[in-house]
Design a protein around this ligand. Sequence first.
Ligand SMILES: Cc1cc2nc3c(=O)[nH]c(=O)nc-3n(C[C@H](O)[C@H](O)[C@H](O)COP(=O)(O)O)c2cc1C
Length: 171
Amino acid sequence: MKKTDVARLCREDVVDLIGRQWMLITAGTPDHLGTMTASWGGVGFLWNKPVAFVFIRPERHTYDFAECNARMTLSFFDEAYRSVLQFCGTKSGRDCDKVAETGLTPTLLQGGGVAFEQARLVIEGRKLYRAEMTAERFLDQSILAQWYGDHPGGSMHTVYVLEIENVYEQE
Ligand SMILES: Cc1cc2nc3c(=O)[nH]c(=O)nc-3n(C[C@H](O)[C@H](O)[C@H](O)COP(=O)(O)O)c2cc1C
């Protein structure tokens, strides 16, 4: 992976990138990491910094790594990796070794984060802010009902705002 400019992200349609192509959120070290598929999040500008934001339910194994580490990475892959992303989005690292099962190769980035050699694009971010969603803050109650109501997929998400420190792409 080679470091590139944050402006590299301007060449991406981030709604499509995150929402349809999906990403792996990863935290930890190459030998001890949590990684999971995510399709909710964004990239923007906050506190005069380029930022990314992600939403992780506390039930996720990856949540424990997100909480304990200063950095997270967002890895994006070619379509050929769709089945890997499906796997990492339906299995928990509590029950299997995702690295061994997928053949992904963890790599320590220059900035100290961990991502995967096979990724075509990686965002490395430092946690700036975290917040737990609460029911009373939903202005549209239908969202609350749909995602956290009678058919809960788990607890409400924790949102993390990350300062984008580095962006990497394939050589
Ligand atoms: C397409 C897709 C998108 C997902 N997006 C999110 C997300 O944004 N936030 C989240 O908490 N879980 C999301 N998930 C669910 C986690 O990836 C899934 O629960 C995973 O098994 C957690 O793995 P872990 O327990 O090893 O962390 C998504 C799953 C899929 C398949």
